[in-house]
Design a protein around this ligand. Structure first.
Ligand code: ROI
Length: 161
């Protein structure tokens, strides 16, 4: 028997009715093969990090359990992004749906395709606050607590929708 791994996925959208993309993505995550949607965070609105000449983002975090290996899960997430006709005109530019694999159990993964924990999650309020809503006692693979990351990361413009 393969044991399921608990994972956290960051959801983001800032094009073509972003709220609808994020809500739809939660339903699609719930239907992925060999995955179970355990928790969906509240949905937030946030000012863009990176280039400012783009719309605000809608962000959320999902907790799933999966028996998929990390790269197989990444394939599934990228498949969902494609389904949303992901538009990505430029690096750090606007997009219809972004699904970031933030954490895969307690694993640290560094391959050409995948960096887990996600490289910037510790400094992004739009990741840390929704994550804390669904996993307040979370400890990162390097033993840093989520609560200590939150102390160092102001909410900024982040607001619950
Ligand atoms: N900024 C916000 N607020 N939310 C995001 O999801 C997001 N995603 C990105 C960049 C462009 C870095 N900025 C973002 O990929």
């Amino acid at each position: 028997m393969t044991t399921a791994v608990r994972c956290y996925i960051g959801l983001g959208s800032n094009l073509d009715n972003p709220l609808q993309h994020v809500e739809q993505a939660f339903s699609e995550l719930a239907e992925l093969v060999n995955c179970r949607l355990v928790k969906a965070s509240p949905i937030y609105r946030s000012a863009p990090v990176g280039p400012q000449d783009q719309p605000d983002f809608v962000n959320a975090v999902a907790e799933i359990e999966t028996t998929l290996e990390a790269h197989a899960l990444l394939d599934q997430l990228q498949g969902l992004e494609q389904k949303h006709q992901r538009v990505r005109e430029r690096h750090w530019g606007p997009r219809t749906l972004d699904l970031d694999l933030l954490l895969y159990g307690n694993s640290q993964i560094n391959t050409e395709r995948l960096c887990v924990p996600h490289a910037f999650m510790h400094e992004r309020s739009f990741v840390l606050y929704p994550l804390a809503d669904i996993a307040p006692d979370l400890i990162m693979p390097n033993d840093v607590t989520l609560s200590s990351l939150l102390v160092a990361c102001p909410m900024g413009s982040l607001t619950k929708i």
